[in-house]
Design a protein around this ligand. Structure first.
Ligand SMILES: CC(C)=CCC[C@@H](C)[C@H]1CC[C@H]2C3=C(CC[C@]12C)[C@@]1(C)CC[C@H](O)C[C@@H]1CC3
Ligand code: SAM
Length: 383
């Protein structure tokens, strides 16, 4: 199917699944207004790729169908994410006494600072979700942001929120696959990506597109999801953790940190910073909201978030969604989605505790000032 046909089909499907009143409803109330048949189809489209098979053929199929697989994944998890986590779909470090929202915002500010984003810069947010980070970074720095996303539902929501919070003058959101960007070469002053490029079937594919659209001398800053140096692909226990993360988070394949770093270099980037922000002695670990350990709760205001994300809260949500599904209040397949998200939570905590995995491998990479784009990007890198 051509890319234009795929886009058209995805847009039509989004309307059918979520209706035309996208944006104004969030979380469980949005879930209740979904089209039953379309939801069933979306869940099937997502889960057919994560059916327990970890052989090379199954992996190859996931990599090939990355666009539809992630599009379907975010069609069915976005409401749960917003209900449980808010509108920034990423992890963060926690200072003692710091609220959940402050920690999420600080993680975004830090990336903006490392990318060197300034007032009036034109910035690209690769895989922008529903625009939580874009809104925060635009307010924090005064820059203008274009959010790129292949999920129509999230784009509609991001546009709705930008309007609602009077930020439409500073931002826009466009549909597109980050493996094949439509922007002109040398367009953006800075580019950032937060926990999104791990959905790429090949990191060179997305990094070379970023390189192409970045102005010479510009920087790209990313929080990458990778398996760390402690990970051994031939260790069954390690592979199980990586698979849980892939399944529950809609990722075709989790790559090793060295693969990511090398991919940046292969695309022509000069890597200025390469630091795992999770590799530290933080008193409160980044994965704490998913552990159910009450000792880490920072303040009373965070109790609701903590409950929803904890093991107990997740079981409660699963039971509630299961009842809603039985009585026709939630669409069919919703329970399967909560089960897949449970896999994500278990895998992420196991990966975090064992330090086999990090969601915050910070890379800051520069496109050389003298770069002649995109000639330097080898053909091989983009395939
Ligand atoms: C998928 C990628 C690359 C990044 C998303 C990171 C996180 C924001 C999500 C990873 C697992 C998610 C889960 C939830 C919220 C968003 C995540 C933490 C829930 C807590 C949402 C509410 C559900 O009932 C349980 C979910 C568990 C997993
Ligand atoms: C975990 S979310 C992170 C969203 C956002 N960066 C944030 O922190 O809130 C990953 C995002 O990447 C987007 N994405 C995944 N694959 C993509 C692709 N091939 N092209 C464009 N966006 C993609 C998803 O739709 C989703 O919005």
């Amino acid at each position: 199917m051509s890319e234009t046909e795929l886009r058209k089909r995805q847009a039509e499907f989004t309307k059918e699944l979520h209706g035309s009143d996208i944006g104004s409803k969030t979380g469980l109330s949005a879930l209740m207004s979904k089209n039953n048949t379309a939801q069933k189809e979306a869940v099937q489209k997502y889960l057919k790729h994560w059916d327990g098979k970890t052989d090379k053929d199954a992996e190859e199929r996931r990599l090939e169908d990355y666009n539809e697989a992630t599009h379907s994944y975010y069609n069915v998890v976005t409401d749960f994410y917003e209900y449980g986590w808010g509108s920034s779909f990423h992890f963060s470090r926690f200072y003692k006494g710091e609220s959940f929202a402050a920690s999420i915002a600080r993680h975004e500010h830090y990336l903006a600072y490392k990318a060197g984003i300034k007032k009036d810069d034109l910035v690209l947010d690769v895989g922008c979700g529903v625009g939580g980070p874009a809104r925060e970074i635009a307010r924090f720095t005064g820059c203008n942001v274009i959010g790129l996303n292949n999920n129509d539902y999230q784009i509609a929501k991001a546009k709705y929120y930008a309007e609602k919070f009077n930020l439409s003058d500073q931002m826009d959101f466009v549909k597109g696959d980050f493996m094949h960007m439509d922007f002109e070469e040398n367009t953006f002053d800075r580019v950032y990506a937060i926990e999104a490029t791990c959905h790429a079937p090949k990191l060179e594919g997305v990094y070379s597109e970023i390189y192409k659209v970045l102005k010479p001398g510009g920087t790209f800053a990313v929080y990458e999801w990778v398996m760390t140096d402690n990970y051994d692909e031939n260790n069954a226990e390690h592979r199980k953790i990586a698979y849980e993360i892939e399944l529950g988070d809609g990722i075709p394949k989790m790559f090793h940190v060295d693969v990511a770093k090398q991919a940046l270099k292969n695309c022509g980037f000069e890597v200025l910073v390469s630091e795992d922000l999770a590799d530290n002695e933080d008193e409160i670990p980044w994965y704490y909201p998913l552990t159910g350990e009450w000792k880490y709760v920072q303040n009373l205001a965070n109790l609701a978030t903590f409950f929803r994300t904890s093991y107990l809260g997740r079981q409660f949500t699963t039971a509630m969604v299961s009842l809603m599904e039985r009585f026709g209040l939630a669409p069919e397949g919703s329970k399967e989605v909560t089960a897949a998200l449970e896999n994500a939570a278990v895998g992420l905590v196991a990966g975090g505790r064992s330090k086999l995995f990090t969601p915050m491998m910070l890379f800051v990479a520069k496109k050389p000032a003298e770069a002649e784009t995109p000639a330097k990007t080898s053909k091989k890198a983009t395939q």
